[in-house]
Design a protein around this ligand. Sequence first.
Ligand SMILES: C[S@@+](CC[C@H](N)C(=O)[O-])C[C@H]1O[C@@H](n2cnc3c(N)ncnc32)[C@H](O)[C@@H]1O
Length: 123
Amino acid sequence: MGTTTLNLAMNVGDGTEILTLDMDENDAAAADQHPADSELTRTHLSAQKALDFHETRYASKIKTLTGDSTKFDFSPWKGSVDLVFIDGGHDFATVKSDTENAFRLMRPDRLSCVMWHDYRNPL
Ligand SMILES: C[S@@+](CC[C@H](N)C(=O)[O-])C[C@H]1O[C@@H](n2cnc3c(N)ncnc32)[C@H](O)[C@@H]1O
């Protein structure tokens, strides 16, 4: 829904770039998701054109990427990210893949951070 992205954008400096990734209809149709996650994706797709940060003064800090995070090519951002927030698919395989990608994205030259939402989610 863009809520977390908006929250981040409201609390970072003007020079900060925020990337947000979610699936489009084609990615969702091809994904093998847990039913609870499919429902969240349907909610996202129904709100896709009205995410919370759209048409706000923070929108210029945000780049919207589309894809399935388990297949997405993150290589352009390798070693360049200060903070990764993980709140995608909640099944083990997706969280594992997202976590491995997050550590590849981390900056090697200074402290950076990975945050997991829904820690200990029973899915
Ligand atoms: C709990 S919601 C995120 C809510 C978000 N933090 C917010 O504040 O609006 C989970 C989102 O992850 C997306 N998602 C699930 N699996 C994904 C995957 N493999 N790749 C990309 N996005 C995924 C879903 O489509 C859904 O929009």
